[in-house]
Design a protein around this ligand. Structure first.
Ligand SMILES: Nc1nc2c(c(=O)[nH]1)N[C@H]1C(S)=C(S)[C@@H](COP(=O)(O)OP(=O)(O)OC[C@H]3O[C@@H](n4cnc5c(N)ncnc54)[C@H](O)[C@@H]3O)O[C@H]1N2
Ligand code: MOO
Length: 400
C-alpha cells in the first residue's frame, strides 16, 4: 500500500464515508447528545411579555421616590389584571408578568411595607427598568436559535423546550459492532495465564462510545483465525459501523485485512502518519464502514478518539465532528518531535500541561493518568516551560 496518510487526510477520508442515517422525530428529552438534523427555530417569544427579574414591587415611573399604595399582586402564573397608576404599587414575584402601567420593579430589600402602605428605604433601581426582563429579550418567535448539526446538550435541550418544541428532528442512532481479536486475549481478567493478556480494549471502546448516542454490540474476543474473523464480520450484519481492535499490523497473525477482504469488504486506506496509531485501517462493504484500530491499548484508545468517535458524530449529523484542540502552556520542557506526529499523554498541573514520562503505546497506567493528548508535530523543536502546545482534552470523547 502507498505512503501513509496525514492525520487530516485520513480523517477527511473516513468522515466522507460516514453512513447517512434516516431522520426521525424524537421527544426532546430523548435527543440528549444527538445533533439537530434541521435548524432550531423559535415557535414562541421568550419572555412572551415583560416580566420581573426580582421579588419586589412594580411601580410606575418616573418618580421612584414613593410612597405608594399597594393595590394587588402579580405572582408567577397569576398576572394582575388592573393598571398601575402613579403612587400605586403591585406586589410582584420573580418571573411574574409586569402589570399594565408599571415600568419599574423595586426589590423588596429596598422597601418597607406597612399594611397597604409602601415606602422606600434603599435606592431605586438604576436604570429604572433594571429588574425587568423585556418581552423577547431571550429570543423572538421565528428566530433561528441553533443551526443544523449542533449537539443537543442540556442547555440546547432546555432551549428547544422553551422555544415551544416537543419533538426534534435527529438522525437515527448508529449501530456499532465492536470486535476484539487475538489468541492471547483472556475474557476473564481473574483467570489470565502469563502468555495471555486480559481483553480490555473492547470494554474501553464500549465505554468511550457510551459518551455518544449509539447501540453497541460486542463480538469476541475472536481468535487469530481467518475463518472465525470473517464470520465475526458476517455476524455484524446489522451494524452501520464495525470497529475492530488488534490484528491491524504486519505480523503473520494480523488477519484483519485478509478477513475484511474474505468478507467482501474493500480497504479504503491503511496506515496514518501518527504515533500511536500508525496501523489504522478503514474499509467499507456497501454502506457499512469498518474502522480497524491497532491492538496496543493506548493506540486503540487514541485512534478511537481521533477517528471512531468523529465518525459516529458525523453519522449523527454533527457539523463539527472532530475533537477540539486548545492551546495550553507547558508546565515543564517538552523534548523535540520525531519523524512521526505524536499524540503524547499529558497531565493538567498548576501552570499548564506536563508530558508523562511513560509514552509506550501499550502502557495503560500512563494512559489512565492522562487528562490530555499533546499534539506534537514532526521535528518540532524542543519547547520550554511557558511555551504553548496544542492539546485535546480527553474528557467527553475529546469535545469537552
Ligand atoms: N514489524 C512491525 N511490527 C509492528 C509494526 C510495524 O509497523 N512493523 N507496527 C507496530 C505498531 S505501531 C502497532 S500500534 C502494533 C499494532 O498491532 P496490531 O494492531 O496488529 O495489534 P496486535 O498485534 O494484535 O496487538 C498489539 C498489542 O495489543 C494487545 N492487545 C490486542 N488486543 C487487545 C485487547 N482487546 N485488549 C488488550 N490488549 C490487546 C496485544 O496483546 C499486543 O500486546 O503493531 C506494532 N508492530
Ligand atoms: O503506532 Mo503504534 O500505535 O505506536 O504502537
Amino acid at each position: 500500500m502507498s505512503a501513509m496518510l496525514t492525520l487530516e487526510d485520513a480523517q477527511a477520508r473516513l468522515l466522507a464515508l460516514a453512513p447517512v442515517l434516516p431522520i426521525q422525530n424524537v421527544d426532546v428529552p430523548g435527543t440528549l447528545g444527538r445533533y439537530l438534523a434541521e435548524p432550531l427555530k423559535a415557535r414562541r417569544t421568550q419572555p412572551a411579555a415583560h416580566v420581573s427579574a426580582m421579588d419586589g414591587y412594580a411601580v410606575k415611573g418616573p418618580d421612584l421616590g414613593g410612597p405608594w399604595t399597594i393595590i394587588g399582586e402579580s405572582a408567577a402564573g397569576h398576572p394582575f389584571s388592573g393598571t398601575v397608576a402613579g403612587g400605586q404599587a403591585v406586589r410582584i414575584s420573580t418571573g411574574a408578568l409586569l402589570p399594565a402601567g408599571a415600568d419599574a420593579v423595586i426589590v423588596q430589600e429596598d422597601l418597607v411595607r406597612n399594611g397597604d402602605h409602601l415606602s422606600l428605604t434603599g435606592t431605586p433601581p438604576s436604570p429604572p427598568g433594571k429588574h425587568i426582563r423585556l418581552c423577547g429579550s431571550d429570543f423572538g418567535i421565528d428566530t433561528e436559535l441553533l443551526s443544523a448539526g449542533t449537539r443537543i446538550g442540556p442547555a440546547q435541550l432546555a432551549l428547544a423546550i422553551a422555544a415551544g418544541h416537543k419533538h426534534l428532528a435527529v438522525r437515527r442512532v448508529p449501530r456499532v459492532a465492536i470486535i476484539d481479536s487475538g489468541d492471547e486475549l483472556a475474557s476473564d481478567p481473574e483467570d489470565c495465564a502469563a502468555h495471555q493478556v486480559p481483553a480490555s480494549n473492547g470494554a474501553m471502546l464500549a465505554a468511550l462510545l457510551a459518551s455518544l448516542p449509539c447501540e453497541v454490540d460486542r463480538i469476541g474476543p475472536v481468535r487469530d483465525d481467518l475463518v472465525l474473523l470473517t464470520d465475526a464480520f458476517h455476524l455484524a450484519r446489522d451494524a452501520d459501523i464495525i470497529v475492530t481492535t488488534g490484528g491491524a499490523s504486519v505480523g503473520d497473525h494480523d488477519l484483519i485485512r485478509p478477513a475484511i477482504e474474505a468478507w467482501g469488504g474493500t480497504i479504503d486506506f491503511w496506515k496514518v502518519a501518527i504515533k500511536p496509531g500508525k496501523p489504522l485501517l478503514v474499509a467499507t462493504r456497501g454502506s457499512q464502514v469498518v474502522v480497524g484500530l491497532p491492538g496496543n491499548p493506548v493506540s486503540s484508545q487514541v485512534t478511537a478518539l481521533l477517528f471512531l468517535l468523529p465518525l459516529l458524530r458525523a453519522a449523527l449529523g454533527a457539523a463539527d465532528p472532530l475533537p477540539r484542540t486548545i492551546d495550553l502552556p507547558l508546565a515543564a520542557p517538552l523534548r523535540a518531535g520525531g519523524d512521526r506526529r505524536e499524540f503524547l499523554r499529558g497531565r493538567l498541573v498548576a501552570g499548564g500541561v506536563e508530558v508523562l514520562t511513560q509514552q509506550d503505546s501499550g502502557a495503560l497506567a500512563a494512559m489512565a493518568a492522562a487528562q490530555v493528548l499533546i499534539d506534537h508535530p514532526v521535528q518540532a523543536p524542543r519547547q520550554e516551560a511557558g511555551e504553548t502546545v496544542s492539546v485535546i482534552l480527553l474528557g467527553n470523547g475529546g469535545i469537552a
